[in-house]
Design a protein around this ligand. Structure first.
Ligand SMILES: [Zn+2]
Ligand SMILES: [Zn+2]
Length: 777
């Protein structure tokens, strides 16, 4: 005991010194982690080094055991968002006698693709900088540090160094250079570092492109223009946005008129969380995401009484509002000075990708915007705002974009390069590299030439950045999708994946499930293996195969694709299936009334002769049909409007009842599959409509019925893990009811959370399917 006492530090300090090597994993690169390590180590007078490696950050440190323990304790405490440590692996090493602590330039960090970080929302320290009149960055709208700012949207190639980004155009001034080179500064190695003396500058242009003002004067003038009701096109982080005063009916309706967007909700940016919560009811979960580093649009519930003056035209007939907070210093300065909520919607022509270039924006948006607030930092990759909603306290990303992408998911086994090309609407692509899977930004609908160019550019960029030429291309089964046909001449193996199987696997792999599982894929429409249109499918997923084991009874869609934007056509298709020609006798039904006599007789002929009236089993179209029967939407202004309106009114009811339905077995393509017959359901709905039952009750009862059907099918197969995937599970009411129903029967339901359940997540599902069955053979 005494010897131990005597051997204490005071007598022989040297022997107390030890050397520890630690590998830190998690979100620790490109987020200011090395400067943090440097500060903590030098504060404690510890020596050694820190560097990025492809396995994580490696810390090599010498000092007393006590100090080293304090160091790691502090590291855990100080590593706050966006830094996130997932593991620290420590080992003892022989002493080397370090004399300094240094940040080492790593040799291999650039070979690792994860070096490409998503764009990050402005951090609290940078907000403090731009808000302090004594700070040299006071009101400078391009302030960033190593913990925040643009990343992916400005990078041309790897490594992520200034020379490979659009910041290359700006030479750092002496003061910025000093910060950049000083390891104890939080702007150490911040590739985007700049100030008003050396960085990007604002310019305010009129709609003909004439320069009106520069710098801070441009910012202040913009604030005044918005206050006066003008519409401003703003060059934001990943593209242009259209801004307008969200409290002015006139400004919002002018924007609607010019953008030719009748009723689709606009997203709103609030100056602060407290301002946001004056207008909306938010949970702590939603607030955490709103203020998080991804800073997405969050769909939050509006307050019932709109007493603070948000225009009713912002999100008409919708109990929810897409709300967000300023995520760049430019947005922050604008919103702070305005003090009112503003519309911040994508700067594009409808269905086109967002503009990223000043000249392009002037050309495309000059008939929408009165003014253009632009700058001279080029946007390399377009990135839309991400959208998140909450289902039962759990987040569900419904547009995966800014802050999340490029999303990297570890590959289960290393494999060859492969590309998954997604679907036609809400497109995104996925690239499988050596040991990880990268999800691209949201691209959108591939309807126009411009959006197809953007699609090709995104694929090209991914290939360039990661220097990957895919050996295999995985695409949707639909032969006519641009995302399928554009690659036919490529010398790569091609694999097609049925649309709804793709959805099922996006959820299966997101939750790292193991076989077997029953997947409920409820969606708009997709090409089936029997060449009919699918969309209300049940699949059995096993390690040997995927089998379609159930569906809904098919009905005809008069006019085919046109039915997607005319819910009344789905209604006619449903009625025709039940009543045949007699459907035209339902003269009081709003669906029938919305057609002229001429149109009706044409429809009748189409259905009778089965011309351009494909059979479908689509859940999306079933929703459309019911929405039309109830008189909610006959022609929709935007995708899924009819279903959204139907869900919205269901929330006014508390009824806990289902309609009747029945099952039968049907021979489909030689397979006997379980078929849910919605005939009774539609008949009962017609009866309720006839009896004047409230729309909200009918709607909720319809939702309950679907949940009951899902549960009955689950009981037939008795498999514990149930996957809920496809665009229909964006419907919160449906998702919640199905989930609750299944849980009550001891099933374990899973829904998409990070990977969108709609077609935005399809490419990931295609890749996941390929990984599970094909890549390792
Ligand atoms: Zn910052
Ligand atoms: Zn500077």
């Amino acid at each position: 005991m005494t010897s131990g006492f005597f051997h204490n530090s005071a007598l022989d300090a040297k022997s107390d010194i030890e050397r520890v090597k630690a590998l830190i994993k998690g979100v620790v690169q490109g987020v200011g982690f090395r400067p943090l390590v440097f500060r903590l180590a030098t504060d404690l007078v510890l020596f050694g080094s820190v560097k990025n490696t492809c396995h994580g950050v490696c810390i090599d440190i010498e000092g007393t055991k006590e100090k080293i323990d304090i160091f790691f304790k502090n590291l855990n405490k100080k590593a706050v968002s966006p830094i996130s440590i997932s593991s620290i692996d420590r080992s003892s090493e022989p002493l080397l006698g370090y004399k300094v602590f240094s940040i080492e330039k790593s040799t291999d960090e650039h070979s690792h693709s994860s070096a490409l970080s998503p764009d990050l929302a402005i951090c609290g320290e940078c907000i403090a900088d731009i808000s302090d009149s004594r700070n040299r960055r006071y009101r400078y709208p391009f302030t960033t540090c190593s913990a925040c700012g643009p990343r992916f949207s400005i990078v041309e190639s790897l490594p992520y160094d200034r020379d490979n980004t659009s910041m290359r155009a700006f030479q750092m001034c002496a003061q910025c250079r000093e910060e950049f080179e000083n390891p104890s500064n939080r702007r150490f190695h911040a590739q985007t570092n700049a100030c008003s003396a050396c960085g990007p500058e604002l310019k305010l242009l009129d709609s003909s492109g004439k320069l009106l003002l520069c710098g801070d004067a441009a910012l202040s003038a913009t604030v005044n223009y918005i206050k006066k009701g003008h519409i401003v096109a703003l060059k934001g982080l990943g593209g242009f946005q259209l801004l307008a005063d969200a409290t002015s009916d006139q400004a919002v309706s002018i924007l609607r008129e010019r953008k030719q967007r009748k009723s689709k909700p606009f997203a709103v940016m609030f100056p602060s969380l407290s301002e946001l919560t004056r207008h909306c009811l938010t949970s702590i979960y939603e607030e955490n995401v709103l203020v998080g580093r991804q800073a997405p649009i969050v769909l939050v519930r509006k307050k019932a009484a709109n007493i603070f003056g948000l225009s009713a035209f912002v999100a008409p007939e919708n109990p929810f509002l897409g709300a967000m907070l300023p995520y760049t210093p430019l947005h922050y300065l604008l919103c702070n000075e305005l003090g009112i909520p503003i519309i911040a919607t994508s700067g594009n022509q409808s269905d086109e990708p967002i503009c990223i270039d000043n000249a392009e924006a002037l050309e495309q948006l000059s008939n929408i915007a009165d003014l253009f607030l632009v700058h001279d930092r080029a946007i390399i990759h377009h990135v839309d705002d991400s959208i998140v909603q909450f289902i039962d306290k759990q987040p569900q990303v419904i547009r995966l974009a800014r802050g999340f992408i490029p999303l990297s998911v570890p590959r289960e086994k290393t494999g060859e390069f492969a590309l998954a090309t997604g679907g036609h609407l809400k497109n995104a692509v996925v690239m499988a590299l050596h040991d990880e899977i990268i999800v691209s930004q949201y691209i959108g609908s591939l309807d126009t030439g411009k959006s197809r160019d953007v699609f090709s550019k995104v694929v090209r960029n991914l290939e360039n950045i990661y220097r990957a030429a895919p050996k295999t291309i995985i695409h949707d089964l639909h032969p006519d999708y641009f995302s399928t046909s554009t690659f036919t001449s490529r010398p790569a193996a091609k694999i097609s994946v049925q649309h709804h199987i793709g959805h099922a696997f996006s959820c299966f792999c997101e939750h790292k499930l193991s076989f077997p599982a029953l997947a409920i894929s409820w969606d708009g429409t997709g090409y089936g293996t029997d060449q009919t249109v699918w969309g209300a499918e049940f699949f059995l997923l096993r390690d040997s195969e995927v089998r379609r084991v159930g569906s809904f009874k098919p009905f005809m869609l008069p006019g085919g694709e046109r039915a997607v934007y005319e819910p009344r056509r789905s209604a006619i298709g449903l009625l025709y299936e039940i009543f045949g020609k007699d459907v035209l006798g339902f003269k009081t039904l709003p669906s029938i009334q919305s057609f002229t006599g001429e149109e009706l007789s044409l429809l009748e002929q189409m259905l009778e002769k089965k011309i351009n009236s494909p059979y479908c089993s689509s859940m999306g179209r079933l929703f459309d049909g019911v929405s039309s029967l109830l008189g909610l939407v006959q022609k929709s202004d935007y995708e899924a409007e009819a279903a959204i309106r139907l869900e919205s009114i269901s929330q006014l009811s508390t009824l806990n009842k289902s309609y009747d339905f029945k099952f039968s077995y049907a021979n489909v393509g030689g397979e006997n599959i379980l078929t849910a017959d919605w005939g009774f359901l539609i008949r009962s709905i017609l009866e309720d409509i006839g009896n004047g039952k409230p729309q909200c009750d009918i709607s909720l009862k319809f939702h309950h019925t679907l949940a009951t059907i899902a549960c009955r099918v689950a009981e037939v197969f008795g498999i514990e893990q149930i996957i809920l995937s496809g665009g229909c599970f964006q419907n919160r009411t449906l998702c919640q009811l199905v989930k609750k129903c299944l849980e009550a029967k001891n099933f374990r339901p899973f829904f998409n959370q990070l990977i969108p359940t709609n077609d935005n997540g399809l490419a990931f599902g295609q890749m996941a399917y390929y990984e599970k069955y094909l890549s390792q053979q």
